[in-house]
Design a protein around this ligand. Structure first.
Ligand code: GLN
Ligand code: ZN
Length: 763
């Protein structure tokens, strides 16, 4: 008999119940007990939903973040929150969210101002975890309370719970040594705590523990590889059985290491590494369990169940009871329930599976393996029909798009002239002053804008009235910018709810869910649009708004687009063709928009690639290939314009050292980036590389309500000019201003413009 299990379940709730409970608690609109009750209800519901599995995860629920919870389990609290006497949950929130500096004064007597823990991407997903903090003196102490409580609840429900914890090596790997000490040196101090935790599980009568070590799918040096041997040698004598879980990619050179560790089972991501399943069979000791992730845990397409059975059946034949099946990774990265989607196009819906539907698929696979395909003939027939319909659908396949793709050649991504020649023509046309000022695109999304949008969506406002409301906002943004004296203006993006959704809604090949939320961090969720088919642009998407905005001013108005790589990286993407191909299709659609904007007289066009960096594969060996097609897609989108048209791109992050050559290869005339918090140091990457084009290093941290002073901005720009020749510098904020208020934005931009004047005067 094959065993079914799950690595983790989305905790936010099908209707985002946890989000709303958290936010209400944080605003003091509900009590801690009420919040805890919502958590308990969600856990109970989710265990019931999973109860048909042989083993269900426990301890995967977190109010904020599972890595933060692990830090609490290991007693690894940042120094600044130790000695807190209140509730542990509140203390977790203090680490996660910080206590803003504005409130620091009033809390000085009790807890002082507390800086939020650093947050970073969980491997290559869109989930963000709170980075564990270490220093050379870090000690660990076990706190089993959270896990014991959740295991008790699960037991009371009668489900067969398998505790889920992050393994010791990955835990260290995920963290950061604040004093630059060697975090791996902490392993000997950490292992006894893990040992005690496993003993505790054993005492509770737990048989299996899932110990997550996804660091094994990354490139590890010898010390980290050794750490795995040290850690699992130390933990092997415990009386529980360990299932070592790896996911998010193939193990490759770490496969043998993983198979030889003294554990009782290994979970591999067979979506990304099917061949490793059979390799693992020969490498694993013949008492070990092999768990294969046979269902994609982070995308939303139905599994081709027959195709899965074709390779699972031989595995089952050789492994028998030792074969376990599961989704490839925790279902944290998928929405909860497709059944909630009542408005989604029925045909597209029939191609999808959210978390609950994936568990159904798992059950069908298990029954087919245990009792033969015939006993699930109906379910398989249904599945085949859906898979076939999707494969053949004219909604998915557009011959014109495929033909256009076949005609792509390198010339499409090539500007007519080199940067120097273009820059001269652009300078003559735009006649900008030295230290030109601009902003990144969005202006505050006021309550009037949000109100108009929701009224329009619900039908209370007709198209014309909505349009007029947006035009009023655009006019306001233009007037404000003129009054401030900015040089290159933006229309403010009032009409856009989201920089990807806006374009997805206007492209063929995209669908939208109503409840397809996925946790991004804490209570924050995203609802990625669904890229299901060949992408085409039925009509211009932004030209009318931009034309309207340009008509309000004689200053140059930037056309504002989201780039193909960012649209791709923030969507659920079809799995029936390489991502690079979908990206090329997006590139061609954005290119059409770029050319239409140029045709409409727009002289400056910005193409945002906010998510280019986050698409980098986990393994460095694959970076080149990704960067090759990602940069090519941007070039196709951007570079069809005349020399006189100035292309900007924007990236709101600050790590460029390792990808600077690719950034330069995009050949945008101007790049704006986030730099204000790093004191311009990260411009070293551009300096060292001799980045040839223009740069706008952000001088206004838009994440903070603080208003940067003129002198501060002047100082930042002077520091920038030590690295980049002043003729190639722009003065602008770090990112868009949509999350700020007008009364913050105006004084900040006033100081920014004044700083540019001062710089011009001092030249
Ligand atoms: N143009 C977008 C804005 O200003 C860019 C947002 C982003 O980079 N995340 O909001
Ligand atoms: Zn940005």
């Amino acid at each position: 008999m094959v065993t079914t299990h799950n690595l983790g379940f989305p905790r936010i709730g099908a209707k985002r119940e946890l989000k709303f409970a958290l936010e209400s608690y944080w605003k003091s609109q509900s009590s801690r007990d009420e919040l805890k009750a919502v958590g308990a209800q969600l856990r109970e519901r989710h265990w019931k939903d999973q109860s048909r599995l042989d083993l269900v995860p426990a301890g995967d629920f977190a109010f904020y973040d599972q890595v933060l919870d692990m830090s609490f389990t290991l007693g690894n609290l940042p120094e600044r929150v130790r000695g807190f006497h209140g509730d542990a949950l509140d203390n977790a929130f203090r680490v996660a969210r910080g206590r803003s500096s504005e409130n620091a004064g009033e809390h000085a007597a009790c807890c002082g101002g507390v800086a939020a823990g650093e947050m970073t991407k969980w491997f290559d997903t869109n989930y963000h975890y709170i980075v564990p903090e270490f220093d050379a003196a870090t000690q660990f102490t076990l706190d089993t309370s959270r896990l014991v409580e959740q295991l008790g609840e699960a037991r009371a429900l009668g489900v067969n719970a398998k505790p889920v914890i992050i393994g010791p090596v990955t835990y260290l790997w995920l963290g950061k040594a604040k004093d630059d000490s060697d975090k791996l040196a902490l392993l000997p101090r950490l292992l006894p705590v893990y040992g005690a935790l496993l003993d505790h599980f054993a005492a509770l009568g737990i048989e299996w523990v899932q110990i997550d070590e996804p660091a094994l799918v990354t490139e590890l040096d010898a010390r980290w590889r050794d750490a795995f041997n040290t850690a699992y040698d130390a933990l092997s004598a415990r009386r529980v059985r360990l299932l070592l879980a790896t996911y998010f990619g193939p193990l490759q050179e770490n496969l043998e290491l993983a198979c030889k560790l003294p554990v009782d089972g290994l979970h591999i991501d067979a979506i990304n590494a099917r061949d490793e399943a059979s390799a693992a069979v020969s490498l694993l000791p013949d008492t070990s369990v092999l768990s294969v992730g046979a269902i994609n845990g982070r995308n939303i397409w139905k599994t081709d169940l027959n195709a899965a059975l074709d390779w699972l059946e031989p595995l089952h034949a050789s492994l028998g009871n030792r074969l376990w099946i599961a989704p490839s990774c925790s279902l944290l990265h998928t929405p909860v329930d497709l059944a909630s989607e009542t408005k989604l196009d029925a045909e597209i819906k029939s191609w999808l599976a959210f978390a609950l539907q994936k568990l159904d698929e798992l059950n069908v696979l298990a029954r087919a393996l245990n009792e033969g395909r015939a006993c699930v003939a109906d379910a398989l027939a249904h599945n085949v029909a859906a898979i076939e319909r999707r494969r053949a659908s004219s909604r998915v396949h557009n011959p014109a798009v495929k033909a256009a793709l076949a005609n792509i050649d390198a010339a499409l991504g090539q500007r007519a002239s080199a940067y120097e020649a273009r820059a001269k023509k652009q300078a003559a046309l735009l006649a900008l002053p030295a230290w030109p000022t601009t902003t990144i695109g969005s202006f505050p999304q006021t309550s009037e804008i949000r109100h108009a949008r929701s009224q329009f969506k619900s039908g209370q406002l007709d198209e014309a009235a909505y349009h007029a409301a947006m035009e009023r906002e655009i006019t306001r943004a233009v007037k404000e910018q003129e009054a401030l004296g900015l040089d290159v203006l933006v229309h403010g993006e009032a009409e856009r709810n989201d920089m990807v959704e806006y374009f997805g809604e206007r492209l063929d090949g995209y669908a939208f869910s109503e409840f397809g939320w996925v946790q991004s961090y804490g209570s924050r969720c995203v609802k990625p649009p669904i890229l299901f088919g060949d992408i085409s642009r039925p009509k211009p998407m932004t030209v009318e708004w931009t034309r309207f905005a340009q008509a309000q001013t004689t200053k140059p108005m930037k056309g504002m687009l989201t780039g193909p790589v960012t649209i791709l990286n923030w969507s659920f993407v079809r799995d029936d063709q390489p991502r690079s191909v979908s990206c090329q299709q997006l590139a061609l659609a954005i290119r059409e928009e770029v050319l239409d904007l140029e045709q409409a007289g727009v002289r400056v066009i910005q193409i945002d690639e906010a998510a280019l960096r986050e698409g980098l594969p986990l393994r460095r060996a694959q970076w080149r290939e990704y960067l090759r097609w990602a940069v090519e897609a941007f070039r196709i989108a951007a570079n069809g314009v005349r020399d006189e048209t100035q292309i900007h791109t924007h990236m709101c992050y600050s790590e460029f050292n390792d990808i600077i050559a690719s950034i330069a290869d995009m050949d945008a005339d101007v790049i704006t980036i986030e730099t204000s918090r790093s004191d311009m140091e990260l411009l070293d990457a551009f300096d060292d590389f001799k980045y040839p084009n223009q740069i706008g290093p952000g001088v206004y941290d838009i994440h903070s309500p603080n208003i940067p002073s003129e002198t501060h901005i002047v100082a930042l720009m002077k520091r920038a000019a030590e690295r980049i020749p002043a003729e190639r510098l722009w003065v602008n904020p770090d990112c868009g201003l949509k999350t700020r208020q007008w009364d913050e934005v105006i004084p900040a931009l006033r100081n920014m413009v004044a700083a540019a004047h001062a710089l011009r005067a001092s030249a």
